[in-house]
Design a protein around this ligand. Structure first.
Ligand code: GDG
Length: 484
């Protein structure tokens, strides 16, 4: 989950400290995620809207998370912003906590291991202790806000110990946990020195949601093989003396909203600006946070290979790669940036002409409205992560297409999205020749086949949209019983 954008909009009421402990018996939803939406800001699309809607649909609730502030000498309380029927409860991090919990254990250990990149992970016991301490401190802060009948929904790899720490505070109500990133096979997870502590802590949740059946399978195998858990037929696991429900809830987008954006003035303006430059050449688009899980070097290489091997395509196709940098403090991201600069330079140096540049590689972000227009302009959506929990870009690309003349989605078989989007051209992102071949296939595909594939993809994107994701998770959470 990504952080919020700058705050705009209406004034908020604001208060410090504790509030309404056990004050009412109204059941509220409590969301805990590392970052929250920005209180008071106009929320545009994505997960921020989905979770805010979930809170509102249940008559309001609390959204707890890190404020985004890093303090040299922290005040250790929370700030509460009431925004309509949502109370945002925000806590700061100290500089040491930010280094150990966020940059360290979450992003430099868990993120690579859960994306099958043990080689990139740093195993630092001190960072784990800070991660554990932040989960403990944050859970203590949230616990002070809880009422007896609340239900708690915890998000993602930053908060693997959060549910356990709520239990340590005495919380007996339902806890759901959703993992946005992949859950790796037991052989990979076992490399993590603290995997047993993390597993034991997760077992304190009542419902654990994953993006795909593959993740559910990996988790179930891990719990049974490593911890002697028993898997029931009904999707339940008995582990560490508790009964957990484990299930796949594939996350989605709001396809109608994205289609609307693609029709809007800002989208058309962006598409028009780029369209004038590329004229009648085909456009291939990639949009990814600059992250080593997204397979960006392999993608640029594949596009280079396509041009190396097919002279006839030179001057006829361009790749637009939008890659806003993320988490630049971490060493691996700096290296990735340098590698991408070098690869794009190589392909452009070899193949550019006076009136044509093969790769437009833009290391910056663009507004969603403009992205929607660029997706629609592109004949091919190239989504080739090496591993991805789901990948929402694949779904956005589909939602932005015109039904009578849709583009072709090329999708990594290692994106969670591939489990239900088989009508895409599925590729192995490590197979450079295979990806180059898929781009060529996409460029040559008949209108009839494009429409047929797109209709199947669009139906899936609509069926498993973001509203269904949150409702099905919360319905499942409503059915799990709190521990005695
Ligand atoms: C994690 C998991 C899972 C990208 N560039 C710009 C921009 N974006 C937006 C996209 C999309 C979002 O960021 C990226 O979502 P993804 O799902 O593709 O990937 P992660 O950020 O890694 O998300 C992932 C997700 O959580 C949800 O559970 O699917 O697997 O890794 O919406 O459009 N948005 C704007 N400008 C950009 O330049 N405005």
């Amino acid at each position: 989950m990504q952080g919020p954008s700058a705050a705009r909009g209406r004034p908020l009421s604001f208060r410090h400290g504790r509030s309404h402990l056990w004050a009412s018996d109204v059941s509220r939803l409590i969301v805990a995620s590392n970052r929250t939406a920005t209180p008071g800001a106009d929320r545009s699309g994505g997960l921020a809207v989905a979770l805010a809607d979930a809170l509102t649909e249940r008559g309001g609730g609390v959204w707890f998370g890190w404020s985004g502030e890093v303090l040299d000498h922290g005040s250790r309380g929370v700030r509460i912003f009431a925004d309509g029927d949502i109370d945002f409860v925000l806590a700061d991090l100290t500089r040491d906590e930010h280094a150990g919990y966020y940059l360290g254990y979450a992003n430099d250990t868990l993120w690579p291991v859960f994306h099958y990149r043990v080689d990139l992970a740093h195993f630092d016991e001190a960072a784990f202790e800070v991660y554990a301490a932040v989960n403990r401190r944050f859970a203590g802060l949230l616990f002070q806000q809880l009422r007896r009948d609340d239900i708690v929904w915890i998000h993602d790899y930053h908060f693997l110990l959060f549910g356990h720490e709520l239990r340590n505070n005495g919380w007996r109500g339902p806890i759901g946990f959703f993992l946005h990133i992949p859950f790796p096979p037991p052989e990979v997870l076992a490399a993590l020195p603290q995997h047993q502590r993390l597993a034991r802590a997760l077992a304190d949740c009542d419902l654990i949601g994953f993006q795909t059946k593959r993740d559910v399978g990996n988790f179930t195998r891990y719990m049974t093989e490593e911890h002697g858990a028993e898997a029931g037929e009904d999707g339940h696991l008995r582990a560490f003396g508790r009964k957990l429900r484990v299930e796949a809830f594939p996350i989605g987008i709001d396809p109608a909203e994205f289609a609307r954006l693609a029709d809007g003035a800002e989208a058309r303006e962006a598409a028009g600006r780029l369209g004038r430059l590329i004229e009648n050449r085909a456009l291939v688009i990639g949009v990814d946070r600059m992250d080593y899980s997204k397979g960006l070097p392999q993608r640029l290489e594949a596009f280079g290979r396509l041009l190396d091997e097919h002279e006839g395509l030179r001057g006829r196709v361009s790749l637009l790669q939008i890659a806003p940098p993320s988490r630049e403090n971490v060493h691996a991201y700096r290296e990735l940036r340098e590698e991408l600069d070098r690869l794009a330079g190589r392909v452009n140096g070899d193949h550019s002409d006076l009136d044509w540049v093969p790769i437009r590689y833009l290391a910056r972000g663009y507004p969603r409205e403009q992205l929607a227009g660029l997706y629609r302009l592109a004949r091919v959506g190239l989504v080739t992560p090496l591993h991805d929990g789901m990948n929402l870009v694949a779904k956005e690309y589909v939602a932005a297409q015109q039904p009578e003349d849709p583009g072709v989605l090329i999708l990594s078989e290692f994106a969670g999205a591939a489990e239900r989007m088989e009508a895409a051209l599925l590729v192995n992102p490590h197979d450079i020749g295979g990806v180059a071949g898929a781009i060529r296939h996409a460029l040559e595909m008949s209108l009839e086949e494009r429409i047929e594939r797109w209709q199947a993809l669009d139906a899936e994107v609509r069926r498993n949209d973001v509203a269904r994701w949150r409702r099905s998770f919360l319905d499942a959470l409503d059915t799990v019983r709190a521990p005695a």
